[in-house]
Ligand binder design. Structure first.
Ligand SMILES: [Zn+2]
Length: 297
């Protein structure tokens, strides 16, 4: 049974387009502000709800009017109102970037039931990306709920949108999984994506360990790609890993060339590059894969 929402969904032509994007962008900046708290506190195992934000230097609680995403930072000239200590530019950068990613996701999805799901996925990946950049860890507190979320989305979204929705589903339903119920095919697609995502990361770490005799990466990358692979499906997951390895290698080579180091043991937070690849694959993966496939026709 396909659930049709056409009868109850609002007439989107009544919502002016610029207004839609402004609202999504503002929500993104507010989520980005929350992500700053998560990025700072989650790896330190502090509560992400209480207490409210304080100046890291003088400990003064930050008033709500000094906590407006991006704008407060600009108005205060990047300094604490009380002690004038410089505040890291990372805070407004995370807020602005999250706002931009939210608008890009809204551009990709339009006014659709899929939008809140994709925004949640982008939020989780952005949090992982920045936490890995700062602390070199990918916390289970994000990857485990992320896996559950991916499975819920896999079950619900094809019915909510009335289309297979996920990139891999049409191929699976027309191929190996023909005749299978939509929900079962969607879950199997999630499992294949998770195994390809997590499995290839695990294999990379295992090979590196055998070659070098050192532990290359924690299982955080593997868990992150379980979650991402389940959501994106096998095709976009392969693209994601390719983009992650490519961007990570380029940055790694640039860094090594700059520092004059030939030491391959220099640790790069690979989750950052996997995260960039995941968002790129979500927002433009289908076009990239189809362009690539078109080169061989
Ligand atoms: Zn201060």
């Amino acid at each position: 049974m396909h659930l049709s929402l056409t009868a109850i969904s609002p007439d989107i032509s009544l919502v002016p387009q610029p207004f839609f994007y402004i609202v999504v962008g503002v929500v993104g900046a507010i989520i980005g502000s929350f992500l700053n708290v998560v990025i700072h506190r989650l790896p330190r195992e502090e509560s992400i709800v209480l207490p409210s934000s304080k100046c890291p230097s003088c400990g003064t609680a930050i008033a709500f009017y000094d906590n407006v995403p991006v704008l407060s930072y600009l108005m205060l000239g990047g300094r604490c109102r009380k002690c004038k200590t410089h505040i890291s530019a990372r805070y407004p950068a995370v807020e602005a970037l999250t706002a931009l990613l939210f608008v890009a996701t809204a551009w990709h999805d339009g006014f659709s039931v899929a939008l809140p799901f994709d925004l949640l996925f982008v939020t989780a990946v952005t949090a992982l990306l920045f936490i890995d950049a700062e602390h070199m860890i990918l916390p289970n507190a994000i990857t485990y709920p992320g896996m559950v979320f991916a499975l819920v989305a896999r079950l619900a979204l094809p019915y909510l949108t009335g289309t297979p929705h996920f990139d891999d589903l049409p191929m699976l339903l027309n191929g190996v999984l023909a005749g299978m119920p939509l929900w079962a095919a969607s879950l199997i697609g999630a499992l294949i994506g998770a195994l390809i995502g997590g499995g290839s990361l695990w294999l990379m770490g295992w090979t590196w360990e055998k070659l070098r005799g050192i532990e290359a990466m924690g299982l955080g990358d593997v868990k992150m790609m379980f979650m991402v692979g389940a959501y994106l499906g096998w095709r976009l997951t392969i693209l994601n890993i390719f983009l992650g390895v490519l961007s990570g290698s380029i940055i790694g080579i640039v860094l090594m060339a700059r520092q004059g180091k030939r030491n391959m043991q220099m640790l790069l937070p690979f989750g950052v590059f996997l995260g960039i690849g995941a968002i790129a694959a979500l927002l433009s993966g289908r076009q990239i894969v189809e362009w690539y496939a078109g080169q061989f026709r």
